[in-house]
Write a protein that binds this ligand. Structure first.
Ligand code: S3P
Length: 178
């Protein structure tokens, strides 16, 4: 089991998909799970139900994913930017086990990727609040097992860094990772 954590714009989903196609392993994007279950976009959940309710659903989705993935250890899970900073989520992941990989980049790079990415991000507002949130979370991201700097790297390069950090046996069939 592996977990990708990091701020908005870190490239967790893009790199995660790339890793999954290279390793032929399962990839789960936690935001996609929340959206599928709610039948609302992330932006709609924030605007209609509020951030608190989004966080509740996020923790619930994580729990379900961990339970379902328990028998498939070659699974990579990308968490939304706010999931790892929540103590109860960190605890659950640590109880479960697996490598936690922090995808990082300098703040201007993250901001630029969010501006050009097209994805709707309710917490991506003005530069000052983006920076404040980044600083507030950075310490928690730093408790991950591995930090990968993604600045200036193509998704394929980031994917190879993740594959090395996962320490899975590349020749192993699905279910034999750790
Ligand atoms: C959030 C990040 C988003 C999404 C939601 C909240 C956050 O995911 O979960 O908009 O709190 O940082 P990405 O990190 O994939 O953008």
């Amino acid at each position: 089991m592996g977990f990708l954590v990091g701020f908005m714009g870190a490239g967790k989903t893009t790199a995660g998909r790339e890793v999954a196609s290279r390793l032929d392993c399962r990839f789960i994007d936690l935001d996609d799970c929340i959206v599928a279950r709610a039948r609302l976009s992330v932006a709609e959940i924030f605007s209609k139900l509020g951030e608190r309710e989004f966080r509740r659903r996020e923790s619930q989705a994580l729990l379900e994913v961990l339970r379902n993935a328990a028998h498939d250890s070659a699974t990579l899970i990308a968490l939304g930017g706010g999931a790892w900073p929540q103590p109860q989520n960190r605890l659950r992941i640590r109880e479960f086990g697996g490598r936690v990989i922090f995808l990082d980049a300098p703040l201007p790079v993250l901001r630029q990727r969010c501006e050009s990415g097209g994805a709707q991000r309710p917490l991506f507002a003005d530069a000052a609040s983006f920076e404040e949130l980044y600083r507030a979370r950075h310490e928690q991201y730093g408790t991950a097992d591995v930090r990968i700097d993604t600045a200036g790297k193509a998704p394929g390069e980031v994917a190879e860094d993740i594959i090395a950090a996962l320490q899975w046996d590349r020749t192993a069939t699905q279910g034999e990772g750790s």
